[in-house]
Design a protein around this ligand. Structure first.
Ligand SMILES: Nc1ncnc2c1ncn2[C@@H]1O[C@H](COP(=O)(O)OP(=O)(O)OP(=O)(O)O)[C@@H](O)[C@H]1O
Length: 266
């Protein structure tokens, strides 16, 4: 296989104004010195789904988690993360506000051990929203957007933990949406789900792209090709190739990308 250090990178770029968020030379160091991400510069086009693919340990989650400062406590992150003309990788940024605007959905559904309704309104109440009518409206809107309303509308006060894994994951999406984010980061959101729940989740994400920009780590190549417009390929902490999903899967430029797509490693 071609040595990654000598392989050229093939990175598609977009005009800054077309990007919901973009990074410039993002590097991540664990334990202060152990570098696991190397100068990654990627832009994510508004109202699209971008898949991040690559072998285990290639840095996809490290990159994704940096975008809304989830790595603050565990790593040093150098470089720029540009969001609305502001570098949100600066220390003085209010990370709680940032995480409302750039929400995260994790691999394992993690609803609060509270009712379905409380899962949605908890953060809103903590932010001072007390108007019951307004909260009810947000509960319905968020659950509808996450394609869960019809399944739960008659049991909003039942425990979220009684829902299926797929329903819990859509509830986590509804919970993020209730905070009116612009971007949703998804870290292997379907990996704990059965095929039927996965299909429902994918349909939901396709619908959500009309309003939100999504960046999704996935190990599932079929999933990436089914729902994403763009795909970035990570290898040993480097973004080696980034293009339309069609090009990445049908006409990859780099040898390593091609080998990965063909399933030769990973
Ligand atoms: N909190 C941490 N402390 C130290 N090293 C870490 C930490 N998190 C991740 N790493 C290391 O950083 C590298 C990249 O990991 P990362 O989880 O970003 O990869 P990934 O591509 O998302 O992998 P996977 O597909 O298995 O989730 C790995 O070598 C991993 O061991």
């Amino acid at each position: 296989m071609e040595n990654w250090q000598t392989q050229k990178t093939y990175i598609k770029t977009f005009p800054e104004e077309d990007c919901a968020v973009y990074t410039e030379d993002l590097s991540v160091f664990y334990g202060g010195t152990i570098q696991k991400l190397f100068d990654v510069s990627l832009g994510f086009k508004k109202n699209t789904i971008t898949a991040l693919i690559g072998a285990s340990g290639s840095g996809k989650s490290t990159f994704l988690r940096s975008l809304n400062r989830m790595n603050d406590r565990v790593a040093r992150v150098d470089g720029k993360i540009m969001f609305h003309d502001l570098d949100v990788n600066q220390k003085k940024i209010n990370v709680y506000e940032l995480r409302k605007a750039i929400g995260m959905v994790f691999q394992k559904p993690n609803p609060f051990p509270k009712s379905i309704r409380e899962n949605i309104v908890y953060a809103l109440k903590a932010n001072g929203q007390q108007d019951k009518q307004k909260l009810d409206q947000i509960v319905e809107e968020s659950l509808r957007a996450a394609a869960l309303w019809d399944e739960v509308k008659d049991k909003l006060d039942k425990s979220a933990l009684a829902l299926s894994g797929g329903q819990q994951q859509r509830l986590c999406i509804a919970r993020a949406i209730a905070l009116k984010p612009e971007i949703l980061l998804l870290d292997e959101p379907a990996s704990a789900l059965d095929p039927v729940s996965t299909a429902k989740l994918e349909d939901t994400l396709k619908q959500l792209r009309k309003k939100y920009t999504m960046v999704m780590v996935t190990h599932n190549m079929q999933q990436a090709s089914r729902i994403s417009e763009y795909t970035a390929f990570f290898h040993l902490g480097h973004a080696l190739e980034y293009d339309t999903t069609t090009n990445i899967f049908t006409n990859p430029q780099g040898e390593i990308t091609e080998k990965y797509i063909q399933g030769s490693f990973g």
